[in-house]
Design a binder for this molecule. Structure first.
Ligand SMILES: [Cu+2]
Length: 150
């Protein structure tokens, strides 16, 4: 009878010890997880953004045909510090020579081809992706996209 009580207490002791181990391990893992999230934000990854060239066209009530070429999506967001790879597929329009203001990037997007430009988003700001052929409404635009680095 007495030995049974001792055995029971050992089980209780073992259960309590096991409980401590589980709590300690969970807390350790949780804290490490928290550290890992912070550490993951530090290394610079690569953000791939896909874009296409599009075209709106319509006929006005008085029979005038109007059109506008666009980058789609027209606005993209990246985190400061990221390496960005912009992949632009030419769909509408024969070719679109472009520049990205403030990033010293130039290129051409041609119909049926994908143009890839890479840059490091080191500074916050709003950078304009401008088609030099269609920069405003008077030239079948405005074909201007916005890259927001925040
Ligand atoms: Cu264009």
């Amino acid at each position: 009878m007495k030995s049974r009580i001792v055995v029971l207490r050992r089980w209780q002791l073992a259960a309590i010890a096991l409980g401590f181990v589980v709590v300690a391990a969970t807390t350790w893992a949780w804290e490490r997880g928290g550290e890992a999230v912070t550490a993951d934000a530090m290394p610079v990854g690569e953000r791939v953004i896909h874009m296409v060239t599009g075209e709106y066209s319509t006929t006005t009530k008085d029979g005038q045909e109007i059109e506008a070429y666009r980058w789609d999506p027209g606005t993209v967001f990246v985190n400061k510090g990221e390496n960005v790879k912009l992949k632009i597929l030419g769909v509408n329009g024969d070719h679109h020579p472009f520049l990205i203001e403030g990033l010293n990037i130039q290129g051409v997007v041609k119909k049926g081809e994908e143009t890839v430009v890479s840059f490091h988003a080191s500074k916050e700001g709003i950078y304009r992706l401008i088609c030099l052929t269609h920069p405003d409404a008077g030239n079948h635009g405005p074909m201007i996209g916005y890259i927001v680095v925040d």
